[in-house]
Design a protein around this ligand. Structure first.
Ligand code: B12
Length: 223
């Protein structure tokens, strides 16, 4: 078993402290944040059969979720922060630019009816440490709340997450309402395993992200 598979197994078993220590060590051994997030996601992927409507082993899934969240908050975020601090320091010294002030705003949340928020939390963390201002609306967020928050916060993007198939239909209303109100320029980006099973046109999205890094690339490169 390679070191990333070992990390995935620790997360799957909900061994939070061991998972954090292992992830720290891997980052020191020059594994990337992408490797760590990939391994953590793999750890949860295998819990699929413990999280069905018929067979719901809540404790196992929650312990694994906690281990993943701690790895993201304690290891990945701190690594990303170090990288960003270095960049900001270099930029400030080199050309006296804005010292790393966020340039674009993302309003992000999980769609109404869905309480899965680990993936969205990863996206928020990645974006925050890549110089975006992130307004996190949380989970189970109604369409109107997305729209109002995006307008109030002068957002450039809305990120919407969904892992539950029956919650998908609401997503397409976000862009429709934005357009009706004259805010069609705000880009709508979807992610999460249910969204990935649908398509851009059905959900009325500007972009459908394959994973958090794909979403980040879009946020960074979209004008
Ligand atoms: C953990 C988990 C839970 C936890 C969630 C804890 C939490 N705080 O999030 C708990 C225990 C609460 C839970 C509850 C339920 N769950 Co559940 N859960 C899972 C599980 C095992 C892992 C999901 C996860 O977090 N994966 C890891 C993250 C990192 O992956 P991710 O969300 O896909 O995110 C990545 C990308 O998709 C992307 N991304 C995600 N969002 C976004 C957004 C943007 C903008 C971008 C750019 C990218 C992006 O970034 C991430 C990193 O790359 C999945 C099974 C699976 N393998 O997916 C089932 C699963 C999602 N659950 C499922 C079900 C059925 C339920 C319940 C209905 C069970 C029940 N009997 O009540 C309830 C739902 C209650 C509700 N109303 O929401 C089903 C959904 C089936 C479906 N397609 O509709 C799944 C697929 C399991 C299965 N049997 O198939 N669950």
């Amino acid at each position: 078993m390679n070191p990333l598979q070992e990390l995935a197994l620790l997360i799957q078993k909900g061994e939070n402290q061991k998972a954090v220590n292992r992830a720290d060590k891997l980052l020191q051994d020059s594994y990337s944040t992408k490797d760590i997030i990939g391994a953590a996601s793999e750890g949860l992927r295998v819990l699929r059969d413990k999280c069905t409507v018929e067979n719901f082993q809540l404790l196992d899934v929650l312990l694994a979720s906690r281990a993943m969240a701690e790895v993201v908050d304690e290891c990945v975020a701190s690594k990303l922060k170090d990288t960003m601090d270095t960049l900001v320091a270099n930029n400030a010294g080199n050309n006296g630019n804005n010292g790393g002030q966020p340039e674009k705003t993302i309003v992000i949340g999980t769609i109404e009816g869905d309480v899965h928020d680990l993936g969205k939390h990863i996206v928020s963390t990645l974006c925050r440490f890549n110089n975006f201002r992130v307004v996190n609306l949380g989970k189970d967020v109604p369409v109107d709340t997305f729209v109002k928050a995006a307008i109030k916060e002068k957002a450039d993007f809305i990120g919407v997450s969904s892992l539950i198939t029956v919650c998908l239909p609401a997503i397409k209303n976000i862009k429709t309402i934005l357009e009706e109100k004259g805010y069609g320029h705000i880009k709508l980006v979807g992610g999460g395993s249910a969204v990935q099973q649908s398509c851009l046109e059905t959900l009325n999205l500007d972009y459908l992200a394959y994973d958090a890094f794909d979403g980040l690339d879009y946020f960074c490169n979209s004008s």
